[in-house]
Design a protein around this ligand. Structure first.
Ligand SMILES: [Zn+2]
Ligand SMILES: [Zn+2]
Length: 265
């Protein structure tokens, strides 16, 4: 299997992981620092941006929560294997100011050091390259043997052309394909009301076309794990009790560590 490929957050180009860089990047929505992936050309500007942001954090202003980004950055680089013991001479200052100085010194090490990309991989079934799971695009794809639209993974390179195939299938299809695609989105938690209430295909088809455009444009991100419609959960019998769990392995799982690094635990 070929080397895993990583998509640059700045230019969108996929390159082998060995040519990619993990630069802690501020997630504006959460205010947390998270892994950010860049090509060699764009890693430098990304690192400079992170450094400037950390240097400008106002740790004195109680009205602003500038500690959270700093603490999540500190936790992230430690989780990726960079420790403050690597800083020589040690950072100066007290309290949060010292944490900031440590973070700046660790960021300076990143000019010559690569942070690992630790998340699981997902396989693009268009080109058979693997990409980090967070970068894989989940799309509907018509599977001839199944005779239905199925959940498919595509990398950033393959997503647009595969969605164009799905769109062509929708445009050329009849009532059956329209209904199947609407049910696909329903399984992913996207309800198209006009389909659910039984409107004719000519009403539902343009709504599906618009939904495909949202997937293509990235405004609608389908999750890797299929969601199950609530009514199916409610109408299904209670599952058997789960078997006793395996003895816990020593230390947190990889996924647990990732979640923790992202501040989700
Ligand atoms: Zn780039
Ligand atoms: Zn691909």
């Amino acid at each position: 299997m070929s080397e895993r490929h990583v998509q640059c957050s700045t230019c969108g180009v996929l390159r082998p992981e060995s040519e990619s860089h993990n630069v802690p990047t501020l997630d504006a929505a959460s205010g947390h620092y998270v892994d950010g992936y860049y090509c060699s050309e764009h890693a430098g500007p990304a690192l400079a941006g992170t450094r400037a942001h950390v240097a400008a954090l106002d740790l004195e202003d109680d009205a602003r929560d500038d500690m959270t980004p700093l603490l999540t950055l500190d936790a992230l680089v430690r989780a990726r294997g960079l420790a403050s013991e690597a800083i020589d001479p040690p950072a100066t200052g007290d309290g949060m100011e010292r944490v900031r100085n440590e973070a700046l010194a660790l960021l300076d090490l990143l000019v010559h050091t690569r942070l690992p990309i630790v998340e699981p991989s997902a396989l693009c079934s268009g080109c058979y390259r693997t990409v980090p799971a967070s970068q894989v695009r989940v799309i509907p794809w018509f599977n001839d043997s199944a005779g239905d639209f199925v959940t498919t993974f595509r990398c950033g390179d393959c997503c647009a052309s595969s969605l164009a195939d799905t769109r062509a299938r929708l445009d050329a299809g009849g009532a059956r394909e329209v209904g199947q695609l609407a049910e696909f989105f329903q399984r992913h938690g996207v309800t198209i009301l006009e389909h659910r209430r039984g409107d004719p295909p000519e009403v539902v088809r343009p709504l599906l076309a618009r939904t495909l455009e949202l997937v293509a444009g990235g405004q609608l991100r389908l999750q890797i794990g299929e969601t199950v419609p609530l009514k199916d959960v409610l109408s299904s019998p209670q599952p058997e009790p789960a078997p006793a769990p395996e003895p816990a392995p020593a230390g947190p799982s990889l996924w647990g560590r990732i979640r923790r690094a992202f501040g989700r635990e």
